[in-house]
Write a protein that binds this ligand. Sequence first.
Ligand code: NDP
Ligand code: OXD
Length: 307
Amino acid sequence: MLYLHAPAGEERWCAAFRAAAPELRIVTAADRPDRAAVRYFAGWAPPAGLIGSFPNLRAVFALGAGVDKFLQLSDLSPALPLIRLVDAGMARQMIEYALFGVLWFQRDFDSYAEARHRAEWRAETAWAAERTRIGVLGLGALGGQVARALAGFGYPVAGWRRSGPPVEGVRTLTGTDGLAELLAESDVLLALLPSTPDTRGLLDAAALSRLPKGAGVVNMGRGDQLDPAALLGLIDAGHLRGAVLDVFAAEPLPAESPLWRHPRVLVTPHVAAATLPEPSARQIAENIRRIKAGQPAAGLVDRSCGY
Ligand code: NDP
Ligand code: OXD
């Protein structure tokens, strides 16, 4: 039996799971299931205590790529496999969002968005793609595809990862020196890192100051990596050009946040890549089959690294 705690659109999620895993009984809170009979949990933002209320779970599936909120749950046993979504239709959306973020700066759409308020008709001189250096923080299931896609469009792309192999067509860097090198050479910085003890607060004033003058920042990973006050300070000082932000330390972004009102910051409400029920359910169903067959599941979270 699989217990589903869907983020929204429960009916569509149930239908997707029933189609992907006809061998499983899919239940939700409304079914008031026998909790001892539940073997698998699939959900997003579960309230504290929910996962712990199932005594016989074999695995927990996050209906998302980032598992930081799951790892904060005290009722999630460290012995229980925690499995995240790997791409499942999100990479394509991330590529679209990343390309938008790059073009926002490269083709001066940020300037035109401001100029319209002054009815000012003035053409800027756009940078060529070949001269727009892109830095991608995080070269995983999503960042790796974003980096490759942008390289395919002719941008010089560098990427930063913890320990994984180089990505073809992307100058792949690691470690503190690698990060400093990437920051110093990124006209547009794209952040696609998970939230972990090592990445929280990474983009502070010192790191952001390393970006070249006039650089743009796009954050699609997690909000707690970026210091908003440092970002705004560097924009106001004329060092940074602006930012496109999809993720925030507190979501929804509070109405009083200065990010909402800053003319050089574009805020989107955590929409860079939505979780799609059908491919997600297919991936989870396949993982359950693997677990039953004694094979490793794809997307198993390494608790020691936090992602
Ligand atoms: P992955 O786990 O596949 O990739 C994470 C990448 O980050 C890897 O390349 C990893 O390096 C790198 N990384 C992790 N820690 C460090 C570190 N300390 N130093 C350097 N590199 C590090 O995750 P995904 O690509 O699937 O997703 C990335 C994140 O995107 C998610 O965790 C989530 O926070 C966010 N997200 C946001 C969405 C949105 O709508 N805004 C939607 C979906 C996801 P290595 O390869 O060496 O392990
Ligand atoms: C995710 C997200 O991690 O939506 O999938 O942010």
